[in-house]
Ligand binder design. Structure first.
Ligand SMILES: [Zn+2]
Length: 251
């Protein structure tokens, strides 16, 4: 057995021994599904557009035409993305009781599409929008149909307030799911970080709440030094190998 195999086996052992394991995913798990890494500069998507601006509350509220011509199109582009092997393995691990759930920084709905049930969407999601006045929730399709009819900003049918996507933009406070994710992390003894470089605050505080850490990410993270296992590999490759070491039928 070579050293490469050992880290996967060690990861599998940690997962099997842990009383409660929570997973934290970032953009890296969805790149294999064709979703660009939002918050990383230098990717093709952002050569023409600054995400900090295109997906900011400043543009959303002050220049809605610009928002619906730019940032909103990117949100819509995720609708047809399909989960990859990594998403399916996590759904399986939840079903087997080996992980308690997934905290995700992603807004692409791919964990749910793969069959995960307990998902904390700490940066919101692209399934719905809501009225900033009365809280009415609408589908993203309804929001989009209003935008296509040039109703910008789109208005609530109930109170005529402004509708907006339920995505956490730059400038927004963190949603309720973040509080829930915090409590989930606090009650876990192992966290598996997948495809996140742990640079976006306040999500990057979550690994600090958990005693044991497995990190699967292609590049370095600030938590690597205290992690039990660090795997520099794509999410699907790493998880497939770990899965092979897990004795799925638990005694
Ligand atoms: Zn309303």
């Amino acid at each position: 057995m070579n050293a490469k195999e050992n880290i996967y086996e060690k990861a599998a052992e940690l997962i099997e021994k842990s009383k409660k394991t929570i997973v934290l995913t970032g953009a890296g798990i969805s790149t294999e599904s064709g979703i660009p890494d939002f918050r990383s500069p230098g990717t093709g998507l952002w050569e023409k557009m600054d995400p900090m601006e295109a997906l900011s509350t400043r543009v959303l509220y002050n220049d809605p035409i610009k928002f619906y011509n730019n940032g909103f199109k990117i949100l819509l582009s995720m609708k047809d993305a399909k989960p990859n092997k990594a998403h399916y393995i996590l759904a399986q691990l939840e079903q087997e009781g080996l992980i308690s759930g997934v905290i995700t920084q992603n807004i692409d709905n791919l964990h749910q599409k793969a069959g995960s049930h307990k998902v904390f969407e700490v940066h919101g999601q692209t399934r719905t929008g809501s009225c900033i006045n009365c809280g009415e929730v609408v589908s993203i399709d309804l929001l989009n149909s209003k935008v296509e009819k040039n109703e910008i900003p789109p208005k609530c049918d109930k109170c005529n307030g402004i509708l907006r996507p339920d995505v956490v933009m730059f400038g927004d406070p963190m949603p309720e799911d973040f509080e829930r994710a915090w409590r989930e992390a606090e009650s876990s003894d192992l966290m598996v970080v997948i495809g996140s470089s742990l640079t976006v605050s306040p999500v990057n505080f979550l690994p600090g709440l958990v005693k044991h850490l497995i990190i699967i990410n292609k590049s370095e993270t600030p938590e690597d030094r205290r992690a039990d296992v660090v795997i520099r590999e794509s999410a699907s490759e790493a998880l497939s190998t770990i899965l092979a070491y897990l004795k799925i039928a638990k005694n």
